[in-house]
Design a binder for this molecule. Structure first.
Ligand code: ANZ
Length: 850
């Protein structure tokens, strides 16, 4: 007969799917339970590459799986279509970002169709459509009403190449996440979303996600939020009316404070220097200029020599009235805590390094050699990974450990000494006690500090959502009235998009000029656009009713579908996108619009497709053409090869991906279906039991494996089934055996997860109507799952010495190996040698020593 023609099959089934639209999500009358499966939506920069293919292959496998399991599946797709790459490409080519974007979307959409993905195509959305970004503007105004959107002037991350500000999350090791240019600080007035108000909830709710999100992502989010618990302590400053507040995680060590350090680039440092001698001022200025050229990363490195200037000013320790010299030093950061620290060199390594460099006093206030009952000792490791025991040596006393001499700060647990009324207390009790004392003096309070900063959302670029605010002549800032929304982007024609640090919209005179909605006086629109991470922070809700003209999303649909059951995408979004989406979800919850607080119930991060060890992306120029691969080897072979390449979360080396192997497997599966000669009305029970067992074990195991995203294992088991079926056709009961038909049908159904075109074709060959994609999962027959075992006896010189439970299908070699390895057999053999073995599988092994 004719051979397996993968491309013809692919074309045929894609056209049938287009006509019948079988995977559209069921509506209100659909009684099936619901599943919301979502892949992180693509950015339309050029055509797709194999990294995209991997993501869509997994998303489609999960969506198809739940349909087979009887669910009404929502699996939508859309485009994250605002953003810098479109604008930069447009500038380079002198084109319109809009045209570039929508041309790419059209190309990607065709590629996705060619890949055979089972999306609900009726729900496609683009974030650059006014019907979408109108709701970004709504969201912005809602946050503004709630005090969660505000403007402030502060030093921001500035990319000198892209000429725009960046969020902290977009700065990677001091460089622009997109273009790699070194990021500098610039003082600007910008819009922020107050994500820090949600820091505790963003942190605490991660507990709900344990087990359903990758541990690594949870850990990265925890570190990013970075909650530290401690106290704020206020210090009087000589010659200054206001106190200086410092944040400390170790208020228990307050008696050990011997100096104070302020961040040189803080307003506070400048003010303290200004109030000092001209000499200090000059030295401070020189120091500051050097500091401003450093990155935060370099400043926090523990191994670099400590630098700083004495400001010739003094603080007063609120607990004992001691005078503390104030220094400015770059290891203290301006935008963490209060930009100032009380330095406790005996118990903080950075402070100790500084004290030793500038000959400042060191006072021990925790005796780390004193035993603390009930406390779990903190064991620190040295660079060899061996525990450092601060009490090393039998008669170590705290004097032997004097950090001023050893250079090692005593950071471990112990009992308070040299600390007045705190003496003898453990760390925990001392912290509680000192906070009480400070509080009663009005000089301190319990406090928390976070690494997380507010989310800077304004951008000085064109291709984004216009910020829906108006600046009035008398200096007020008011929302664009509702009836003027969407506030649409003007035509890019005639606008100079070249980055120059101010928004190109500002030059669109007609667009920018408006009136104050309250007074009718002339006013100006805000010319900045929103960070595109605003767009993606809530898009999963828009899919529920993407055409809705009067709501961002209907709460009723959200009750039905959200949160997303399975969210699938790259680990590169472990912080930014996921954190923002979690934040906005909590805001929408607080607004009473949704009834859940976490947007993605489970998260699957796929690894990357690598070429020569580096990430595959267009910018790296190492793209394996997606479009070409759809013709040869074809969509199914690409999907199978990727899913078979290894565990989902592992990176894949493209060189190791065997599309030839995948093609051969698909042809074998198809041929098995073609060889079946029995009719669909066969009686399964009459089929070959051994083959049926392989089939039913796959039916029983595959659901668990898919839920654990072990797609490669499912494929390996499918290959095993195809091989077993071939064996029965060729050397067993032949192609008419009902077990062969059963195996071929189950192969088609399970194969649909990975190779839907081949699966549909097999299903049709087997005499069924389309679509195998909608066929309910077959239940495994429990009687075929019991592993049939028998009891084998082991005789030595005619006497039974042991019995073994073995598989009924065991072969002679394996049975002999088990028998000889058995402990009882070895014991009764002692040092006698076996001279003859007679093995009759599965029941008898007879060993002779004579
Ligand atoms: C006194 C002290 C004694 C401290 C001690 C530590 C150990 P994390 O855990 O990272 O939050 N600190 C506070 N603000 C700072 C800033 N802007 N730049 C650099 N360091 C700053 O660290 C909190 C600790 O880091 C605080 O507790 C403070 O030093 C320092 F034995 O206060 B500690």
């Amino acid at each position: 007969g004719p051979g397996f023609d993968a491309y013809a099959i692919q074309e045929k089934w894609q056209s049938r799917w287009r006509d019948a639209d079988p995977f559209r999500t069921g509506g209100d009358d659909d009684a099936r339970p619901r599943k919301y499966v979502l892949g992180m939506f693509p950015y339309p920069s050029g055509d797709m590459h194999m990294g995209h293919a991997e993501n869509y292959a997994y998303v489609d496998a999960v969506a198809r799986f739940w349909r087979h399991r009887g669910y009404n599946v929502l699996n939508p797709v859309g485009w994250d279509s605002f953003g810098l790459p479109a604008e930069n490409a447009a500038i380079q080519r002198g084109a319109d970002p809009r045209e570039w974007t929508y041309a790419n979307i059209a190309q990607q959409r065709e590629s996705l169709g060619n890949f055979g993905t089972s999306y609900d195509w009726s729900r496609v959305l683009h974030t650059s459509d006014p019907e979408y970004y109108r709701w970004n503007q709504w969201l912005f105004q809602k946050l503004y009403e709630r005090g969660l959107a505000y403007r402030k002037e502060s030093p921001v991350n500035w990319c000198p190449n892209d000429q725009t500000v960046l969020a902290n999350e977009q700065v990677v090791d001091g460089h622009c996440e997109r273009c790699g240019a070194e990021v500098v600080k610039k003082k600007l007035t910008q819009w922020y979303f107050k994500i820090t108000d949600y820091a505790d909830r963003l942190l605490d709710d991660l507990n709900q996600l344990e087990g359903s999100w990758p541990q690594k992502v949870i850990r990265m989010q925890r570190n990013w939020i970075g909650r530290s618990v401690g106290a704020d302590i206020d210090f009087e400053i000589e010659g200054r009316d206001e106190k200086i507040t410092v944040f400390s995680t170790r208020p228990d060590t307050l008696y050990g404070a011997t100096f104070m350090v302020v961040a040189p680039d803080s307003d506070l440092a400048a003010e303290l220097a200004e109030g000092s001698t001209p000499e200090v001022q000059a030295r401070f200025q020189t120091y500051l200029e050097g500091v401003q050229r450093e990155t935060d990363i370099a400043r926090q490195a523990t191994d670099r020599p400590k630098t700083g200037v004495f400001l010739d000013r003094f603080a007063v320790n609120p607990i004992n009235g001691e005078r503390l010299p104030i220094w400015a030093a770059d290891y203290v950061l301006a935008d963490y805590g209060h930009g100032a620290v009380m330095a406790v060199p005996a118990h903080d390594q950075r402070d100790l390094d500084f004290a030793r460099a500038f000959d400042l006093p060191v006072r021990v206030v925790v005796d780390t050699t004193a035993p603390i009952t009930g406390a779990i000792p903190v064991i620190e490791l040295d660079e060899n990974g061996d525990p450092i025991d601060p009490t090393d040596g039998d008669d170590a006393s705290i004097d032997d450990l004097n950090p001023a001499r050893t250079g090692i700060a005593l950071t471990g647990e112990g009992r308070m000494i040299n600390s007045g009324s705190l003496d003898g207390l453990s760390k925990r009790n001392a912290i509680t006690r000192i906070i009480e004392q400070l509080q009663s003096k009005g000089a301190g309070r319990a406090s928390k500090t976070y690494r997380l900063r507010d989310w800077l959302i304004s951008r000085q670029r064109f291709w984004g959502t216009p910020i829906p605010m108006i600046h009035t002549e008398d200096g007020r800032i008011v929302p664009v009235p509702d009836d003027q929304l969407p506030l649409m982007l003007p035509d890019a024609q005639g606008l100079d998009l070249a980055p120059r640090g101010t928004s190109p919209l500002g030059a669109a005179t007609e667009w920018v000029e408006t009136v104050d909605p309250e007074t009718g006086e002339p006013a100006l629109r805000d010319a900045d656009t929103m960070d595109t991470f605003v767009d993606s922070s809530w898009y999963f809700l828009r899919f529920l009713a993407p055409r809705s003209a009067d709501q961002a999303f209907p709460p009723r649909e959200a009750d039905k579908w959200a949160p997303v059951d399975s969210y699938i995408g790259g680990v590169e979004h472990a912080i930014l996108h996921l954190l923002y989406a979690r934040f906005i979800t909590k805001v929408l919850f607080d607004m009473g619009l949704i009834e859940f607080t976490e947007p993605f119930s489970s998260l699957i991060n796929q690894g990357m497709v690598l070429l020569d060890g580096s990430k595959m992306s267009k910018s790296k120029g190492n793209l394996v053409e997606f479009a070409a691969s759809m013709k040869d080897p074809g969509a199914d072979a690409v999907r199978v090869a990727i899913a078979f390449a290894g565990p989902v979360e592992d990176d894949i080396q493209w060189e190791d991906v065997s599309t030839t192997g995948a093609q051969k497997f698909l042809a074998r599966a198809w041929r098995v279906a073609s060889d079946v000669t029995s009719h669909p009305d066969v009686i399964w029970a009459e089929g070959d039991a051994a083959l049926r067992r392989v089939t039913h074990r796959l039916l029983a195991d595959a659901p668990g494996l898919v839920e654990q995203t072990k797609f490669n294992v499912v494929l390996a088991r499918l290959m095993e089934l195809v091989n077993a079926t071939r064996k029965t056709i060729d050397s067993g009961a032949g192609p008419a055996d009902p077990a062969v038909r059963e195996a071929a049908e189950v192969t088609a159904m399970v194969l649909d997860l990975f190779a839907p075109h081949t699966a549909e074709e097999m299903w049709e060959i087997l005499g069924y109507k389309p679509f195998v994609g909608l066929v309910p999962w077959r239940a495994a027959d429990p009687t075929l799952l019991v592993e049939d075992t028998v009891t084998a006896v082991v005789q030595i010189d005619g006497k039974v010495r042991a019995t073994l439970e073995v598989s009924a299908r065991i072969d002679a070699a394996e049975l002999e190996r088990l028998a000889r390895g058995d402990a009882r057999v070895q014991r009764s053999l002692g040092d006698r040698e076996v001279v003859r073995a007679v093995v009759r599988p599965p029941k008898v092994v007879s060993l002779s020593t004579r």
